[in-house]
Each structure stands twice: as structure tokens, then as C-alpha cells.
Design a protein around this ligand. Structure first.
Ligand SMILES: [Zn+2]
Length: 415
């Protein structure tokens, strides 16, 4: 199963926005960008919302059928390990195998030594098309990379085989993700990670490295965008080299786990993709869920009341809600308005504080990140929340479509 050149991972926590999300991809298609939608939901999200992988599959199938979408689409078992394979296998055709926690665990010493000796041919200056200066590779670098990453690749192989076993086929998309770790991977490390992936014969469709800078949930990139651009280009160059050199799948591409809304790197990414004629998988996270809240607030009346109720709940339970996301959010509690203050806001105030418009003075990234992790509160409201989504479906849906199309698809694929 081949992932098309361009794909975007979309989350839909409450499974109500499939059609609204798809509308954005249809708009893209009529503007000349063919992008495959990938509905992704992690084990963590399923647990918090109380849903199952089958619910995502049902939603994706229903939305594509209702909208007459005949291009490829996928359902992603997002950030799974060995323990989650059985639960996700039947409903998914895209598997994000997360081996970040295996990084730094040492593989068998003999295996490390054998790997290093197989890579000796790269010792010295390695010229890679697209990278100005040759990569300098010494034995220590190969050894260090093998010591850090070989066990992780071996684990990915285990998970891959278990998926094949559960599904009875290898006709699915495999992503290897190493993004949820503290240290970014260098292009040289990526080269040897891909060498190991090829040796283990994992038919990877995408690989998600950890890039430098911060990819906090729902807010813009924090870091040096120019440095990111160079690093991203080097990764693309290494990946193209590795595909040829190691015989990896021709359509292998990078996956950016963006955490949503990394607007300031969309330009550099787009230019790099053009330069290398490369594909990309851009994984977004809670941007759609935040548009639900924006749509409810914008509708006013009871919709706005539900949005305020969720904020009040999230504010009171900030520490509990933030704990599972501690490494990917930066909230300054002092900058959070009190629920009493928010209760006095009209729809416009609420929307301008939450909507990701960096040019708007009222935009509050702290409130936005708190609501990003606050979906548990909405999940606990159950029918009160879902009824509101249905009652205000039109306003909510418009915001979901417009956000995906105008803020994500356009700058990345149509600018
Ligand atoms: Zn990720």
C-alpha cells in the first residue's frame, strides 16, 4: 500500500468533523494539490476520549463515502508499540511505530560491532547531493549511532512483524517515529538509522525524526526557523541518498509530527520539498478539536457557554491535564485568564483569544495550549458536548474546513 507523495495526518478526537476535514482536501484538489487525508488517533487519545480504533475507521469510511472521495485515504494507528498492535491492527492501514523509548538502549554488542563493520565503507568524507559540504564520518560516529539507535530499529522490526501477523498481510503503510525524544537526530544519524531500517527489511513509507526546536501542541514552532530549514534540507538529501544506496522503498518520505500549527516553518518546508522534489507527511494533532471550541464559541448562545464550561474545567484541572503532555507544552499559568474573567467574554473575545492568529493582539497561546490538552473535559461532558457539536455543526464545520485549508494546506502546498 503506497502513501501518495503528499499526505496530512488529521486528528478528530470526537469523530464529528470527518466531512468538514475532507472538504479542505477537496478544496485543495480543485486548486491543484492532491493530498491524502490520514485520520490519526493515538492510544493516549483513545484512552482519554473513550473511543476505539474502529470508531476512527467507521468515521473515515463514512466521511469519504458521504463526500464521494475516491482518492486514497488512511487510518493511522498513531504512536503505537508492541502492546497496542492487536487492538489497532484490524481498523488501521497506517501504523506509526513509536520506538522513541528504545533510543539509547544498547543493542547486543556483537550486533553493534557487526553493524559498524558493515558501514565502514562510509568512513571519511561522504558527498551527498544537495548538501554543500561532505559529511565527515568516523568510526566513533557510526559506533555511537549504532549504540543509540540499533535497538530502536530492532524494536520497530518486531512491531512491524507483529502487525503483519495480526493483519495477515503486509499491505499497509509503516511509519517509524523517533520524534518523542529529547535530542534531535542529525542527518548523519538519520543515514545510519535508515541503513539499519534497510538491513532489517522494514518497508518504511515514512520516517519521523525529532527535529531541532520545540513542537509544542497547537502553537507555532519555537526555535530558529533558518536552522530548521537547513536541517530539514539535509534530512531530505540524506533520505534520497539512503533510498538509492540501501534500496529502501522509492516513496519513502519524511514525516513531520508538527503538533499542529507550525506556521513559521511551512514556507521553508515548501521550498525544500520543491528543491528536492520530495514528498511529505505532515501530521497535525489537536488543531481540529480547537476549531470545534472556536466554532462553538463563535456560534454564541449555548455554544459559547459550553466553550466556557470547558475552559473552567481545564483551568481547575490544569496539572492533571498537562501531565501526559508535559514535554510538548509550555504554559505560563500567570498568563491564563481566570474562568470568572472568561465568563464575561463575548463570542468575539473568546474566539480571538483562542484562534491561532499570531497577528491578533488578543491571541493567547497559553489559553490555547491549555484547551488543546483540555479535551478530556469535553469527553467527560459527553452528550452535553456532542449535542452542542451537532446543534452548531455548521459553524463548527466551517471553522474546521477553513483552518485546515487556509492555515495549513495553502501555505504548505499552494503558495
Ligand atoms: Zn509524534
Amino acid at each position: 500500500m503506497q502513501l501518495p507523495k503528499y499526505s496530512i495526518g488529521i486528528g478528530d478526537r470526537f469523530a464529528h468533523q470527518g466531512k468538514a476535514q475532507l472538504r479542505a482536501f477537496m478544496k485543495a484538489r480543485s486548486s491543484g494539490a492532491r493530498i491524502a487525508p490520514v485520520w490519526n488517533k493515538s492510544h493516549r487519545e483513545h484512552t482519554i476520549v473513550g473511543t476505539r480504533p474502529e470508531d476512527v475507521r467507521a468515521e473515515a469510511d463514512a466521511a469519504t463515502a458521504a463526500m464521494g472521495w475516491t482518492d486514497p485515504y488512511f487510518v493511522d494507528a498513531d504512536h503505537i508499540g508492541l502492546a497496542q498492535v492487536e487492538r489497532f491492527a484490524p481498523a488501521s492501514d497506517f501504523f506509526t511505530i513509536d520506538v522513541a523509548e528504545w533510543i539509547g538502549r544498547r543493542a547486543d554488542e556483537n550486533e553493534i560491532a557487526a553493524f559498524v563493520s558493515r558501514q565502514e565503507r562510509f568512513l571519511g568524507a561522504l558527498k551527498i547531493s544537495g548538501i554543500a559540504a561532505p559529511l565527515q564520518i568516523d568510526r566513533q560516529t557510526i559506533e555511537r549511532t549504532a549504540a543509540s539507535f540499533l535497538a530502536a530499529v530492532q524494536e520497530a522490526e518486531q512491531v512491524f512483524h507483529k502487525i503483519v501477523q495480526c493483519k495477515g498481510t503486509d499491505d499497509f503503510v509503516t511509519e517509524i517515529s523517533m520524534d518523542e525524544t529529547a535530542q534531535p537526530q542529525t542527518p548523519v544519524e538519520l543515514l545510519f538509522i535508515l541503513a539499519a531500517v534497510a538491513e532489517r527489511q522494514i518497508p518504511a513509507g515514512t520516517v519521523a525524526p525529532r527535529f531541532s526546536g520545540r513542537f509544542n501542541k497547537g502553537v507555532d514552532y519555537v526555535g530558529d526557523a533558518a536552522r530548521f530549514a537547513r536541517e530539514f534540507e539535509d534530512h531530505l538529501a540524506v533520505l534520497a541518498f539512503a533510498v538509492n544506496e540501501f534500496g529502501l522503498p522509492r516513496d519513502l518520505k519524511l514525516s513531520i509530527h508538527s503538533g499542529s500549527d507550525k506556521f513559521s516553518i511551512y514556507g521553508p518546508v515548501r521550498r525544500a520539498l520543491e528543491k528536492f522534489d520530495a514528498g511529505i507527511h505532515l501530521k497535525t494533532a489537536g488543531t481540529t478539536w480547537l476549531e470545534e471550541i472556536i466554532g462553538l464559541a463563535a456560534a454564541g448562545g449555548d455554544g459559547l457557554l459550553v466553550a466556557k464550561q470547558i475552559y473552567r474545567g481545564a483551568f481547575a484541572r490544569r496539572e492533571e491535564l498537562c501531565a501526559p503532555y508535559a514535554s510538548v507544552i509550555d504554559i505560563d499559568p500567570v498568563k491564563l485568564p481566570s474562568p470568572q474573567e472568561v465568563d464575561r467574554w463575548d463570542e468575539e473575545m473568546f474566539v480571538s483569544a483562542l484562534r491561532h492568529d499570531p497577528t491578533c493582539p488578543a491571541y493567547n497561546p497559553h489559553l490555547r495550549q491549555l484547551l488543546h490538552v483540555g479535551y478530556k473535559v469535553a469527553a467527560e461532558l459527553r452528550d452535553r458536548y456532542l449535542d452542542a457539536l451537532e446543534r452548531y455543526a455548521e459553524t463548527v464545520g466551517q471553522n474546521v474546513t477553513e483552518n485546515l485549508y487556509a492555515r495549513h494546506i495553502k501555505p504548505l502546498f499552494l503558495a
